[in-house]
Design a binder for this molecule. Structure first.
Ligand code: XMP
Length: 260
């Protein structure tokens, strides 16, 4: 698992250095009817091209994978992103039994994704183990959810649990942060909307596992607070994709990371 972490983590680290940006663009767009798929592809390609110099990676979600499919539409966008020197992440939140997770990981990695996001709620054995195994073999990354960015996150990630490994009471996200270290995950997701959680998780992860923080802008999270609390990468979607000038907005956000 060590090699897996080294390789994807190093790739994104290097791109971030080269582009002077730790922003991950969430390439998300509102619902479009099937007959408008071509238009959606063109819109996504245009935003990708216009902001690529201001970001280090592009994160895809169901917003594009459902209407465009992995084999043709999204694969072409991944090729474009790679051509532009960016890493690609699939935000599928893998969350099923191991055999299904394995097929899902194989499809996404076959489409060209460099990393995918997985949910540690499903556990290791017959859960995430096959995802990490496939990722390691293909030199891809697995990023674990630790504390999500939305308002209801506390209902799951914020629960107090009896940690099966220590027998003691622990917040769920603390147990997940420990798992991120144990599994040698390539990253841990903690919402920018919860800077105090970022600080707590950062203390557990140190520099071993970088923190990815969604929730900047549209969800109310702040660039400065997230970075000061220990986030390494900032995931930004609607603030850029819905902007009248995505390139200018991405550049402004990148500039604001420099003064943090
Ligand atoms: P916005 O438009 O809010 O988009 O900037 C954020 C993107 O990130 C996804 N998202 C998350 N993904 N853990 C994740 O793995 C999270 O806690 C989380 N919060 C938001 C969201 O679906 C969108 O693609």
């Amino acid at each position: 698992m060590g090699r897996l972490q080294m390789i994807f983590s190093r790739r994104i680290e290097q791109t971030a250095r080269e582009n002077g940006s730790n922003i991950v663009l969430a390439l998300d767009f509102p619902f479009e009817r099937a007959e408008n798929r071509k238009r959606l592809f063109v819109k996504a390609e245009k935003v990708l091209k216009s902001v690529h110099l201001h970001v280090c990676a592009v994160k895809f979600n169901h917003h594009l994978v459902l209407p465009l499919g992995t084999c043709d539409g999204v694969q072409k966008l991944i090729e474009k992103a790679h051509y532009l020197g960016l890493q690609t992440i699939m935000d599928c939140k893998a969350n099923d039994i191991g055999s299904t997770n394995q097929v899902l990981a194989e499809y996404y990695f076959d489409a060209g994704f460099d990393a995918l996001i997985a949910n540690p709620f499903v556990g290791w054995e017959e859960g995430l183990e096959p995802v990490f195994r496939v990722a390691k073999k293909l030199e891809r990354g697995v990023i674990l959810l630790v504390y999500m960015s939305h308002k209801g996150a506390a209902e799951g990630y914020g629960q107090t649990i009896i940690d099966p490994e220590t027998g003691g009471k622990t917040p769920q996200y603390v147990a997940f942060a420990r798992k991120a270290v144990k599994y040698r995950a390539s990253g841990a997701v903690v919402g920018a909307t919860y800077p105090e959680r970022i600080s707590e998780v950062h203390k557990i992860l140190g520099e071993k596992v970088p923190i990815y923080s969604p929730g900047i802008g549209a969800q109310g999270g702040s660039v400065q607070q997230a970075l000061k609390s220990g986030s390494h990468y900032l995931i930004v979607g609607r603030e850029i994709t819905q902007s009248a000038n995505p390139s200018e907005t991405a550049e402004k956000i990148r500039e604001s990371t420099r003064t943090a």
